[in-house]
Design a protein around this ligand. Structure first.
Ligand code: PLP
Length: 387
């Protein structure tokens, strides 16, 4: 069945809940067992069915079934935020003396985790150019290399890596391949078909989709599922049932929302590329993106987030543009129904490469508004920039 249909039906079982369309949201810590037998049976298998609130409730199991099905994963593990999903995944491979290879355009807090907590635990992280060839990557793999981490397109700068080739190189040396797949969602990049073992999603973004909950989910293949599940559980990670409910509810309309984010972002990118104040538009779905061919080969769509580089401009002119936008909000996160714009400095969180830019870099999230209104808002902003 097609994606839109699967999104509506994945993880649903109305017959098990008195015909209700959606699963119940149980608020639970204690789960009572009827007998010593039942208690001992549950304790032998604490990850099957309900056991204790921290190990999950029916709404979590429904969310995990649905997300795993959408990406063709063996199983999914829910966490309380996208960063917690990344932490659990990385911790599942962390050990004293391990070597991690991480893309240089990785989400900033992922880098902080590697350079902070993981370093203290004795894990060495080496960063590589996201456009690295498989041969060059393989040359960096040592006996200690346990994990390859990719993120395509990369946070802020949107490079596309050759994930299948890099994954092959990692697998030749028994390293686990993880991807932060938040941008594409399970709809536009099937990580497992491209060699990834563990696909991480900040569900806070498009899955929740309404800027009203923090949530993470880790899709795993069969080899890694139980290790990731036990690592997340061992660290005490769990998400609240109301937030998981919002993730599941958001998933049902992802097939309608994402194409609108996509169309609005491409329309904004194409319009911005024509403006004299804009030096460069960085959107992987545009033919002028340096890795557009890789994007066209591996991705089935693009979401709503991209960047532009402005021509050099005084800070007060930039502030005049950004401070008075009516529709674009300034703030962290993205993936909600509303448009956002953020001034960013990619060089603050990269070490293996440098971000070459003329003027300021702006990251734009195209929301679900009418795109003509968004263009009018940006046009007025660029007029203030020029004034
Ligand atoms: C936002 C984000 C995260 C972290 O998600 P939170 O839910 O905010 O913790 C991870 N990766 C990427 C690419 C993100 O944009």
């Amino acid at each position: 069945m097609k994606t839109a249909t699967r999104l509506v039906h994945a993880g649903r079982n109305p017959a098990a809940q008195q015909g209700m369309v959606n699963p119940p949201v149980y608020h639970a810590s204690t789960v009572l067992f009827e007998s010593l037998d039942a208690l001992e049976r549950a304790a032998a298998n604490p990850f099957e069915g309900v056991y204790y609130g921290r190990n999950g409730t029916p709404v979590q199991f429904a969310f995990e079934d649905a997300v795993a099905e959408m990406e063709g994963a063996f199983g999914a593990v829910t966490t309380c935020s996208g960063l917690a999903a990344i932490t659990a995944a990385l911790m599942s491979e962390a050990e004293q003396g391990a070597h991690f290879l991480v893309t240089d355009n990785v989400y900033g807090p992922t880098r902080k985790l590697c350079d902070g907590l993981l370093k203290r635990l004795g894990v060495t992280t080496e960063y590589f150019d996201p456009t690295i060839s498989a041969e060059a990557l393989e040359a960096r793999i040592t006996d200690a290399t346990r994990m390859l981490f990719v993120e395509a397109p990369g946070s802020l700068t949107f490079e596309i890596s050759d994930i299948p080739a890099l994954a092959d190189a990692a697998h030749r040396h028994d390293a686990t391949v993880m991807a932060d797949n938040t941008w594409a969602t399970p709809l536009y990049f099937n990580a497992f078909e491209h060699g990834v073992d563990i696909s991480i999603h900040a569900a806070t973004k498009y899955l929740v989709g309404h800027a009203d909950a923090m949530l993470g989910v880790i899709n795993c293949n069969e080899t890694h599922y139980m290790n990731v599940r036990k690592t997340a559980a061992g660290m005490g990670y769990c998400a609240g049932p109301d937030d998981i409910y919002l993730g599941l509810r958001g998933l049902r309309t992802l097939g309608q929302r994402l194409p609108t984010h996509q169309a609005n972002a491409i329309a904004l990118a194409d319009w911005l590329a024509e403006q004299p104040e804009v030096a460069r538009v960085i959107h992987p779905a545009r033919a002028d993106h340096p890795q557009h061919a890789l994007f066209a080969r591996d991705f089935t769509g693009s979401s709503g987030l991209f960047s532009i580089v402005l021509e050099p401009v005084a800070r007060d002119r930039l502030a005049a543009m950004l401070d008075h936008l009516e529709l674009f909000g300034m703030g962290f996160s993205w993936g909600g129904y509303e448009s956002l714009i953020l001034s960013v400095d990619p060089n603050r969180s990269r070490t293996a490469t440098r971000w070459e830019h003329d003027g300021p870099t702006l990251r734009i999230h195209a929301g679900l508004e009418a795109v003509d209104d968004l263009i009018d808002d940006l046009a007025a902003g660029l007029k203030r920039l020029r004034a």
